[in-house]
Design a protein around this ligand. Structure first.
Ligand code: SF4
Length: 492
């Protein structure tokens, strides 16, 4: 009954093109089949287009997906790394996931939280429990969370809005007495109506994330046999409704391992294209989790489409080249070695100190054993350990949340990214927020390495014409001094 109440057919139909979806399986197969065995010259010309920071079209993306020559892939890895450097420089943005509930009406065959799995204990966090989880996340040094919910009447839009208010409300003092709080909440939740999404907009949602899992409809229907999620189209247009609700930062994703990875990369591109066509703005980020073993799920280990590490790197590489200025997220599902590899070729956002059990952060704070999780965590390192490793690789950790709070979202941020201007702000805010982290949360060793990196960054910043011309140098040098003296949350 609840399922029937949630789905609003008119909020699907309005986005169809002549009654059809933007995903046309025949067209995707045709693009993949007609762009095989291309010459090296053609592949290199496509890479050049990416290097000039332009989005690739479907034929070009299909051409890259079909490359079989491993030497050519090596060139593509290098090109992807260069594209990333040109748009994102050496910055990596960090976040922590906060799982608020595992009650779910759905029957996804790859997930331990599906409703038939009686082995799982079900729980929805109370306000007090959300406070405790947030407190632990803050104690690690995070400033940005993604709140995650199953699909259930007990975690409806009202619950989500209230839990977001709770997270924003928590304040915590660091060891050196500085007050910290979550500055940006992204949401990973079930597809909602425009009315419900407007409610989340009012309480300050950052990015709204809904993964299609697979764009291949027959496979989608096979692995989502019942519940709300069985409706392919309600999910396919979830982010279109978010745009109509005024949420212009949206995030797409696919769960790789359910179907052919090349098809689903194309699906992500068609999704990107349709958002741009209908709203003038593509997704803020793309995620590409891989199927991992889940309790009681045969599919999660037996799927014939499981993606190995080599092909996983190829997925990230093609995405980086196809959408040069879209953020790419790699989560702690993957182990540290895989994460390091794909950070090199294109990923821009990572989580760390990750716990995905319900109430697991508070349990960790009390040294208690964790409950079962939705999937297996591959990277259990603390935030400090990951920041330390990245700093050794010359990468600066950013806790910046300024774009959202300065109104640099949606098409504004995409235009700024395209013109290379947003990156300039990000560079400054990365230094300011990294300074805060080093002073408030880093271990002595990380602080030492981090300070070397900051010194280099500041030298570079002071020599960049853009900052001199826009009078940003005085502002940032002033902010940096004030943060070093103890002020917090200054941004440009
Ligand atoms: Fe529910 Fe999400 Fe698991 Fe599906 S994947 S059963 S929607 S928690």
């Amino acid at each position: 009954k609840w399922v029937d109440q949630v789905i609003k057919q008119d909020q699907i139909d309005k986005y169809l093109i002549n009654g059809k979806d933007f995903i046309d399986e025949d067209e995707i197969y045709s693009k993949l089949n007609s762009n095989k065995d291309c010459s090296k010259e053609k592949i290199r010309a496509i890479m050049e287009k990416s290097l000039s920071i332009q989005r690739l079209n479907f034929d070009e993306t299909a051409t890259l997906l079909n490359v079989t020559d491993e030497d050519m892939w090596e060139e593509m890895y290098e090109a992807a790394a260069e594209v990333k450097r040109r748009v994102y420089d050496n910055r990596i943005v960090f976040f922590a996931p906060l799982y608020c509930g595992n009650l779910c009406v759905n029957s996804c065959k790859y997930c331990g939280f599906r409703k038939e799995n009686a082995a799982e204990e079900r729980k929805v966090l109370t306000e007090e429990e959300i406070r405790k989880e947030t407190d632990y996340i803050l104690s690690q040094g995070h400033k940005r969370v993604i709140v995650v919910y199953g699909e259930h009447p007990k975690t409806d839009a009202n619950y989500i809005a209230n839990s977001m208010k709770t997270v924003y409300d928590v304040k915590r003092k660091s060891n050196n007495g500085k007050t910290s709080y979550i500055r940006r909440i992204n949401v990973n939740a079930a597809p909602m109506s425009i009315e419900d999404l407007k409610m989340l907009k009012e309480v300050g949602i950052g990015t709204y994330q809904v993964f299609q899992e697979t764009y291949h409809k027959p496979t989608y229907e096979l692995v989502h046999p019942a519940g709300l999620k069985a409706n392919y189209r309600w999910r396919l247009y979830a982010l279109h409704r978010a745009m109509d609700a005024g949420i212009d930062d949206v995030a797409v994703g696919a769960l790789f391992g359910l179907y052919d990875w090349r098809f689903d990369v194309m699906g992500l591109m068609y999704h990107t294209d349709d958002l741009e066509r209908q709203f003038g703005i593509g997704p803020h980020t793309i995620s590409f989790p891989r199927l991992t073993p889940a309790s009681g799920s045969k599919l999660s280990t037996d799927s014939k489409y499981i993606v190995d590490n080599k092909n996983f790197k190829k997925i990230v590489t093609v995405l980086r080249l196809a959408v040069p200025y879209t953020g790419l997220i790699i989560t702690a599902r993957e182990n540290p070695e895989v994460r390091d590899e794909v950070v090199k070729v294109g990923c821009t956002q990572l989580d760390a100190s990750t716990k995905i059990g319900i109430g697991a952060y508070d349990k960790a704070a009390r040294n208690e054993k964790e409950d079962k999780e939705q999937f297996t965590i591959g990277d259990k390192r603390s935030l400090d350990e990951v920041v330390n490793k990245l700093a050794r690789m010359g990468k600066i950790t950013s806790f910046c949340t300024a774009g959202y709070r300065c109104g640099r979202t949606g098409d504004k941020i995409m235009n700024l990214l395209e013109s290379g201007t947003e990156g300039k702000f990000c560079k400054l805010n990365a230094v300011l927020t990294f300074r805060e982290y080093l002073d408030d949360y880093a271990s002595e060793e990380t602080k030492k390495i981090g300070e070397e990196l900051i010194k280099k960054e500041l030298e570079e910043i002071n020599n960049i014409e853009f900052y001199k011309n826009n009078k940003l140098l005085d502002v940032v040098n002033d902010y940096y001094k004030r943060i070093s003296e103890g002020e917090r949350d200054l941004y440009v």
